[in-house]
Design a protein around this ligand. Structure first.
Ligand SMILES: NC(=O)c1ccc[n+]([C@@H]2O[C@H](COP(=O)([O-])OP(=O)(O)OC[C@H]3O[C@@H](n4cnc5c(N)ncnc54)[C@H](OP(=O)(O)O)[C@@H]3O)[C@@H](O)[C@H]2O)c1
Length: 337
């Protein structure tokens, strides 16, 4: 089976390429903007800007499309370029024998619960909006397709390995930089994460079938941890790692409602924050809509036991980003000008 994996240097693509290769039955070629160090057979292609290079213009049985820009802060045009143009760019490589396995997000359904709206206001951010458009394009353009929707993705269940750190790891970076005094969140909301290896297994499983499977969602659903217990896990795993090195623990960020943030916290500190503190708070505020999800997702593929995966993922991150994870806690105080 000839498989093209886009985004092969990324969190999901890296794991998928490795798993496909381990299976042995596949000829696997990876794509990213820069030639990947992992693979002898990887091709550099900026899918948002260029047509496919000649070396990729050959028959493919499966194309796993995992290339994307996952930032929540993109301008609309930037998001559309990254997450819609990249889908359109695949068209010359797809024949009536090609199964396109498109990696989307569980939140592509935005605030309305489906991907049909073209209005930005129906989504939490430009990322969701562009991923919804990407899904529409996939289903309109390709004959055989499967769309897989994961929520936040973290490292492997067994050892926490992750090729790149985004999403949950942004919170971890914020905590270790002493930049997260409080988190605006609903402690009882669902905190949806899946381990990257289980997502890669699903991708490989689906890739073995010639026909498309429609839309699949991999998530914890009603078995997902709640925000409070997820943050407990994040902080306690980090502090256990630090204790082994004789380092002082971090306090768990206090959880407050949006209302008390707006009414009490923000006016009080707004003028006193450093530019860096502002930037971090802004970055974290993009997380907020995902920390008050009161309805569980409805997965077609359910994952469980995510609390221990979170702890393992934190440990792997700390081992990899040793200096960042070892920083001394500093008091959250106004900037000195
Ligand atoms: N990470 C999450 O928590 C999460 C959650 C839900 C859904 N997803 C979805 O899962 C898929 C994989 O995401 P990920 O977490 O693996 O992302 P990632 O770690 O940021 O990796 C993105 C990959 O896409 C490549 N890429 C980006 N822009 C490209 C372009 N213009 N042309 C060619 N390659 C490009 C990157 O390579 P270079 O940077 O080297 O070009 C990299 O290999 C995406 O569809 C994403 O929307 C991710």
């Amino acid at each position: 089976v000839r498989v093209l994996v886009t985004g092969s240097s990324g969190l999901v693509g890296f794991e998928t390429v490795e798993l496909l290769r381990a299976g042995g039955a596949h000829e696997v070629v990876g794509v990213s903007r820069a030639r990947s160090a992992q693979a002898s057979s990887s091709v550099a292609w900026d899918m948002a800007a260029e047509p496919p290079p000649a070396e990729l213009r050959r028959p493919w049985d499966v194309i796993v499309h995992a290339a994307a820009d996952t930032r929540w802060t993109m301008a609309p045009a930037e998001a559309a370029r990254a997450n819609v143009n990249s889908v359109a760019a695949l068209a010359p490589l797809v024949s009536s024998d090609t199964h396109v396995v498109h990696i989307s997000t569980a939140y592509a359904v935005g605030l309305r619960g489906d991907v049909q709206s073209e209005q930005l206001g129906d989504y939490r951010n430009t990322y969701e909006w562009s991923k919804a458009h990407g899904e529409r394009l996939v289903s309109e353009t390709f004959e055989h397709f499967t769309i897989i929707r994961p929520p936040l993705i973290i490292g492997r269940r067994e050892d926490g390995r992750a090729a790149r750190f985004a999403g949950m790891y942004t919170v971890l970076r914020g905590i270790t930089a002493s930049m997260v005094p409080v988190v605006v969140a609903d402690p009882d909301a669902y905190f949806e994460v899946v381990p990257v290896d289980e997502l890669a297994q699903l991708i490989v499983e689906v890739s073995q079938r010639p026909a498309g499977d429609g839309v699949l969602t991999i998530a914890g659903g009603s078995r997902a941890p709640r925000v409070r217990s997820a943050f407990d896990r994040i902080t306690s795993a980090l502090n256990a790692w630090r204790a082994e090195r004789g380092l002082e623990p971090f306090a768990e960020p206090r959880m407050i409602s949006r209302e008390s943030w707006d009414r009490f916290f923000l006016p009080f500190v707004r003028d006193q924050l450093s530019r860096r503190q502002h930037r971090v708070l802004e970055l974290l505020s993009n997380f907020e809509p995902y920390l008050r999800l009161s309805e569980p997702l409805t997965p077609t593929h359910q994952v469980a036991g995510m609390e221990s995966c979170i702890a393992t993922a934190v440990r792997y991150w700390a081992d990899t980003e040793h200096r960042q994870a070892s920083q001394a806690p500093r008091a959250w105080k106004a900037a000195t000008r």
